[in-house]
Write a protein of this length. Structure first.
Length: 122
């Protein structure tokens, strides 16, 4: 099974879950994942969705023995990102750890939420 196969499963899971949601999609969040402020929402709560798979061999930070999704409510991340100094320090620490841990270089899509060319699903 390839990373692309798991990406298809990922989207299938998110789409199916969205269809089961009894609440409307939040009006301030675009429905299109190609919008830079899109994020997955359920029950009027927005989430950052992390996915790990067995196919991620060179990127250990994304490797797990089975497909795993981890959802972090956006409010948790906003609490961390409220301070620019703290946010920058944390991002640098994460990137240092990724560089030391992964066999692959840091993915060029790793950007900040809301940046013009950032897509949360990548």
């Amino acid at each position: 099974t390839t990373v692309e196969d798991f990406e298809h499963i990922y989207w299938s899971l998110l789409n199916t879950t969205s269809r089961l949601d009894e609440m409307e999609w939040p009006t301030h969040i675009p429905n299109d994942p190609m919008e830079n402020t899109w994020e997955f929402c359920y029950h009027n709560e927005s989430y950052f969705v992390y996915c790990a798979t067995p196919a991620h061999v060179n990127r250990q930070s994304r490797h797990f023995s089975c497909m795993m999704l981890a959802l972090t409510p956006r409010w948790v991340l906003q609490g961390i990102m409220n301070s620019e100094k703290r946010s920058r320090k944390l991002k640098n620490l994460i990137r240092q750890r990724l560089a030391a841990y992964d066999k692959a270089p840091i993915h060029p899509s790793l950007k900040d939420y809301g940046e013009k060319d950032n897509y949360e699903w990548q």
